[in-house]
Write a protein that binds this ligand. Structure first.
Ligand code: WT7
Length: 650
């Protein structure tokens, strides 16, 4: 089968070998070394990952590295460990106890530094406070916070107790929070009064109050005072963070937790309306994020590492909190927007803290390109030695800008492909070894066996487009979908029996390099975040004036993809700009600002097949302003296309 959506057009020929000085000092310093390690990780994965795991602390050893009952994996079976102990206590016996663990900048400009010893004390106090509220191993809590140090502290305290955390990005609405709390039956929610963003404050506690009116599982709400704004208070249920922790000891013995203890649930979009609760467990995730953070970011003790993601996404879980701290790294964390108080804020932060490793998203880079080179050029970026990107395919122009304007043609760029589900980086250059090509994620990380297959599951030839699959289990893989193993099997393992199907299209070139070509399902990627078209559609249809809606993506220079909604209003409703504004506001309320449609087009009917399926393929062409490509023979009513086109010209 040829899939017209994933035919590849990109032809990029430039190759950038790692600079010799970089390679000489790198953890993995040549392609020979990469190949040797990769070979072992594939031929003897249990030996390979067993050795990696032994670099960390285990309260008790495992009996078996991997138990694989397709598609259910258990790693380090029977082993006992504690992820927070490995992130913190393990460093306290070394000189690192007084090393900066987190250097945090608030948007208004304050700077706070927590050493490993200080971070450990805060985590212990908060773990004691959570225990005092009655939370224990096996429970779940929701975390809905701004980007302040207490956010990683909350994650680490949960990890320490074996309490599963479900972080909900602070930009999500009360509705979205409620749905996620109810799905995982969280017993507590950890939040703040509000946060600072884009030069003003936003409220979080108010959304929590709204959400948990209908969350029967919630017993406690812990509130960090960040902005000082007024909050409503429910005595007995609500507790100030500072009150709870004031009396707690800064000592806490990290319990020995089974390797497969639930670590976190993180909700992500699938093709149906309901977000999927991706489940990660302790031991395998620990080993995967430890090794990938070390080798992909080439972390050394004198590095100052900054990942600009929000902890509300998996990137923040794995590469702000767990991976870097497992490696004893110094992590920079920034609370706010990149253009407050000026468009050079990120570069100012790089200069101020002498950041050496910088990890961001293509959408951010395209924004910086638009803002102009004068902003980065005003700051001293000479501390940088390595750059990374994640979240969506990076267009070669943005890659070259990153290379030239930020990296001054001296810093390798690691384009890292992975997903919420994979837990850690799967396809990536190793910066001291892999020659890079702008726009390619290059080669598999250790223990990862990707392939590009056709609809029948057969490998395609070099440079042919196909579906990206992973052909064997890896330590940080998702274990299931929370309380929904059937959806886990259906969603990831059914289409290509025996393989994990990631939902992305890809091609592999003549050098074996992977080029990711985006999603092949009804999931769109806006600013590096996955959104289900279905979720946006159900939000639209829940509005009393809407009869039907179809949502598609159109290419966007900055966001990667923009959201276009085709909406059929109910009979008698005025299809005008007021309704557009109302609908945009409605989607923001239901899901959050990240799902706000860029374009709303009214239509009296949607193009459907005779069986009633909306033909999104056609809508995508219309949204992109392109001629309709592909087959229209199954279309029920041709005149709709003409009518949609006319609307387009208005
Ligand atoms: C989807 C996963 C993993 C962190 C952020 C997003 C796309 C991610 C790349 C990349 C091309 C990429 C894929 C993937 N994606 N990184 N380097 N090159 N595409 O996590 O929300 O789980 O989304 O993001 O489409 O499937 P996520």
């Amino acid at each position: 089968m040829t899939n017209p959506e994933i035919s590849s057009v990109l032809k990029e020929k430039r190759v950038f070998p790692p600079p010799a000085e970089f390679a000489a000092a790198a953890h993995v310093g040549s392609m020979e070394r990469y190949r040797e390690l990769y070979r072992r990780s594939i031929d003897d994965p249990e030996g390979f990952f067993g050795d990696v795991a032994r670099e960390l602390h285990w309260h008790a050893p495992w009996n078996k590295v991997l138990d694989w009952q397709l598609p259910f994996a258990k790693w380090f079976v029977g082993g006992k460990t504690n992820l927070a102990f490995n992130c913190l206590d393990r460093h306290l016996g070394t000189w690192r106890k007084n090393k900066a663990a987190i250097i945090w900048e608030g948007e208004p400009g304050e700077v706070r530094t927590l050493t490993y010893l200080q971070l450990h004390a805060e985590v212990c106090k908060f773990a004691n406070a959570l225990s005092a509220l009655g939370l224990k191993t096996g429970d779940t809590v929701a975390i809905y916070m701004p980007m302040v140090p207490e956010l990683p502290i909350a994650l680490l305290a949960c990890a320490r107790l074996g309490v599963g955390h479900s972080v909900v990005f602070g930009g999500f609405s009360a509705e979205a929070l409620r749905e996620r709390i109810n799905d995982c039956e969280a017993k507590a929610v950890i939040t703040a009064d509000g946060g600072f963003r884009k030069g003003s404050t936003f409220a979080l506690k108010a959304s929590v109050d709204d959400a948990i009116k209908d969350c029967p599982s919630i017993r406690h709400c812990v509130v960090l005072k960040r902005t000082g704004q007024d909050v409503a208070w429910s005595a007995g249920r609500d507790h100030w963070w500072h009150d709870l922790t004031a009396k707690q000891s800064a000592r806490h013995e990290a319990p020995a937790l089974d390797a497969e203890t639930l670590l976190f649930i993180l909700y992500t979009s699938g093709t149906t309306g309901k977000p999927k609760g991706i489940v990660h467990t302790t031991g395998g995730y620990m080993v995967g994020t430890y090794l990938s953070a070390k080798l992909v970011f080439d972390l050394k003790d004198d590095d100052v590492y900054w990942c600009t993601a929000d902890v509300g996404w998996v990137t923040g879980h794995s590469y702000i909190v767990y991976g870097p701290l497992l490696n004893g790294a110094t992590v920079v964390m920034y609370e706010g927007a990149p253009n407050v108080p000026h468009p050079g804020r990120f570069w100012e932060i790089v200069e101020r803290h002498r950041v050496t490793v910088f990890y961001t998203a293509p959408t951010a880079l395209r924004t910086f390109v638009r803002w102009g080179d004068e902003h980065p050029n005003r700051f001293d970026l000479s501390s940088l030695r390595l750059l990374g990107t994640v979240g969506e395919p990076i267009n070669p122009e943005a890659w070259m800008w990153y290379h030239r304007v930020i990296g001054k043609e001296r810093c390798p760029i690691v384009d890292t492909w992975w997903q919420t589900e994979t837990g850690s980086i799967m396809i990536t250059p190793l910066p001291g070894a892999t020659p890079t090509k702008p726009g390619s994620g290059t080669l598999p990380f250790f223990g990862v066996e990707p392939d590009v297959v056709d609809a029948t599951g057969k490998s395609v030839k070099p440079n042919e487009g196909g579906f990206l699959v992973l052909k064997r289990p890896w330590p940080s893989m998702l274990r299931t979908i929370y309380k929904n193993p059937e959806r886990f099997k259906e969603g990831y393992w059914k289409r290509f029996p025996g393989f994990y199907f990631a939902g992305d299209g890809a091609r592999r070139d003549e050098d074996g390099y992977f080029w990711i070509m985006g999603r092949v399902d009804d999931v769109i990627n806006v600013s590096g975040h996955r959104l289900s078209t279905m979720e946006v559609e159900s939000a639209l249809v829940s509005h009393r004036k809407v009869a039907e809606a179809a949502v598609v993506a159109r290419p966007d220079d900055v966001k990667g993809q923009a959201i276009v909604a085709f909406v059929t209003p109910k009979q008698g409703m005025q299809a005008d700009d007021d309704l557009r504004t109302e609908l945009r506001g409605h989607v923001v309320k239901e899901i959050g600002a990240l799902a706000r449609p860029d374009d709303i087009r009214f239509t009296d009917a949607l193009p459907k097949t005779r069986s009633g399926k909306i033909m999104r393929r056609l809508l995508r062409d219309i949204a992109a302003g392109q001629a309709i490509s592909g087959d229209t023979s199954t279309l029920e009513d041709y005149s709709i296309l003409a009518r949609l086109r006319t609307d387009d010209d208005e």
